[in-house]
Design a protein around this ligand. Sequence first.
Ligand code: GLP
Length: 235
Amino acid sequence: MKVIVVKNQLEGGKIGLDLLKESINNGAKTLGLATGSTPVEFYNQIVNSDLDFTNMVSVNLDEYVGLDGSDEQSYRYFMTKHLFGEKPFKENFLPNGKATDLEAEAKHYDQIIEENPIDWQILGIGQNGHIGFNEPGTPAEITTHVVDLQESTIKANARFFESEADVPRKAISMGLASIMKSKNIVLMAYGKEKAEAIKGMVEGEVTTELPASILQNHANVTVIADEAAVSLLSK
Ligand code: GLP
């Protein structure tokens, strides 16, 4: 795992863009994308770049159950606002949070991932070490699945909703096994709230209790983080 320490999200976004460009030059066609506040500046950098995505496909990590793509809190809406609306792709995939049969939707999403192997995956990290919505305790072999969000995740994500009660209790998420199949992974983390998770991910044992620690077993992971997020690392 390579760790790059940056001054702020702007610098992190610029470095992320350079890494992405390098992969695209090497033939990357399918991007794995994430939501949350962390990648916003990175998406800004993409929007302001000369990159052309009209021949590229994106596959997002997750979506809240029960939210339609037109709902402002949905991840589909977030992605359209920050990226897809400005940089058109050939196709953008996200799980359908409004699917009536969620198990069937999970299988369908696995099929999409199988048909569109991810070349380059951007990740954020939850305060409890989750990636996508793979919460602590999630088995490493898991593919797309329906998740009961943990209390700490609901609290952390409440800032995007009017009240904590409005945060959906379930999500549908790409699994750890699918994330691990991505050729390149870039994980971004900013702020002291992420410091514990980053320490566990980089220096702790590989454990399902901290899902991001599984990335230690991936050959091609770059972490872009600010001083606060790396403040608990021993070196
Ligand atoms: C959500 C998303 C994750 C994201 C995490 C951190 O739970 N499912 O993909 O990494 O939030 O969000 P933020 O970047 O806002 O700290």
